[in-house]
Design a protein around this ligand. Structure first.
Ligand code: PSU
Ligand code: MN
Length: 349
């Protein structure tokens, strides 16, 4: 006897696939997945409501279908409609600085309990949540989506208890090209890079030899004059796709991390960021923040301490990463049509 996963999904009404995503899947058109925590916890709702729409428009402008993932009315939605996305962002709007966000940030391990609880008849439990990189990768696996764009990946934190983001283990088991501006600068970057190696996740610098950190084009470990380097570099979407296909062609089923430096115009020099960061990290300890609260707090404090400069960088690098992901998706889906087949293989997706 085996559990019938598809049956559970239907019975519990766990997932809704956006009609635009359904259509793209049917026609074999390129799709790029987007997460929603960046919209609900990464920046103020007023910025997010425009940004969320802009990111999708950037994809559509080149015939690529956006699949923005989030939890709406107690269901995991893969490919939110404009209305669903705006309603999720609006819920986050009730937030006051540093108070609990009414939209819950859901990592991969949170999704099941959250949806299961909401499914109880007459349940008064919260029904809106955002997906992180890790939980968005869960959605990617369900539909076999292969390209995903975000701002910066989570990783190993700098302050006790040295929390490790759930993004990393999910990336290890999700065959998806994730385009990001490196890992977040708020993290222990060296430890995170080592962890990526341990998990067997290829890291490819997109038109760069330096490992970028969300918000700087390069990162210099303390006491070292040398910028941290990436193990491999690709200068075109074609090159990225060949590397990812070779990885998957070997039967390796991990994600491939493509790191893109934030655009020159808005990037923040590492030396400048360090001061703000030290201060914000101290505050995290003083306030005794833990778990999922840490990242949103740090990002918000950096926005304030930099007088909005990290916010501009955040917005611009997201748009840039989406454009890179878009071109990668076009090559993967359109130039390489012969490697696709209409049906998922047994055990896949
Ligand atoms: N990228 C951004 N802003 C964000 C995030 C990514 O530009 O807010 C979010 C992602 O959803 C990522 C999460 O999964 O931060 C990592 O949080 P944590 O460190 O708590 O795992
Ligand atoms: Mn965490």
């Amino acid at each position: 006897m085996y559990l019938d996963i598809a049956r559970i999904r239907t019975w519990m009404n766990l997932v809704r696939i956006g009609p635009h995503v359904e259509e793209a899947l049917k026609q074999g058109l390129p799709i790029v997945a987007l997460e929603s925590t960046v919209l609900t916890h990464g920046m103020p709702p007023l910025v997010s409501s425009t940004l969320g729409r802009e990111l999708e428009l950037l994809l559509r402008a080149r015939g690529v279908t956006p699949a923005t993932v989030g939890v709406v009315d107690g269901r995991l939605v893969i490919g939110m409609t404009e209305q669903e996305m705006q309603s999720l962002i609006r819920q986050a709007q009730a937030r006051r600085p540093f108070e609990a966000n009414p939209v819950q940030k859901l990592t991969a391990r949170d999704l099941g309990p959250f949806l299961g609880r909401a499914h109880l008849p007459g349940s008064q439990a919260p029904r809106y949540g955002s997906t992180t990189v890790g939980s968005t990768l869960v959605a990617c696996r369900m539909l076999g989506l292969r390209v995903f764009a975000t701002g910066g990946l989570g990783g190993v934190h700098r302050v006790p208890p040295y929390d490790v983001s759930g993004d990393l283990p999910q990336l290890a088991v999700s065959p998806v090209i994730v385009v990001a501006s490196g890992v977040k600068a708020i993290l222990n970057v060296e430890a995170t890079v080592e962890y990526l190696e341990t998990l067997g996740i290829p890291v490819i610098g997109y038109r760069t030899d330096a490992f970028p950190v969300f918000y700087a084009r390069e990162y210099r470990p303390k006491g070292s004059g040398q910028p941290l380097r990436v193990p491999f570099r690709a200068d075109s979407p074609q090159e990225v796709v060949r590397m990812a296909l070779a990885h998957w062609g070997l039967g390796l089923n991990s994600g491939v991390l493509v790191v893109v430096p934030p655009p020159e115009r808005v990037a923040i020099p590492w030396a400048e960021m360090e001061g703000w960061l030290d201060r914000a990290l101290r505050e995290v300890q003083e306030r005794g923040l833990r778990g999922p609260e840490v990242t949103p707090y740090l990002l918000q404090r950096l926005h304030e301490l930099s007088h909005g400069r990290t916010m501009d960088a955040n917005r611009e690098l997201l748009m840039n990463n989406v454009k890179v992901a878009r071109e990668i998706a076009r090559v993967l889906y359109l130039e390489q049509r012969e490697i696709w087949r209409p049906q998922a293989a047994e055990g896949e997706g």
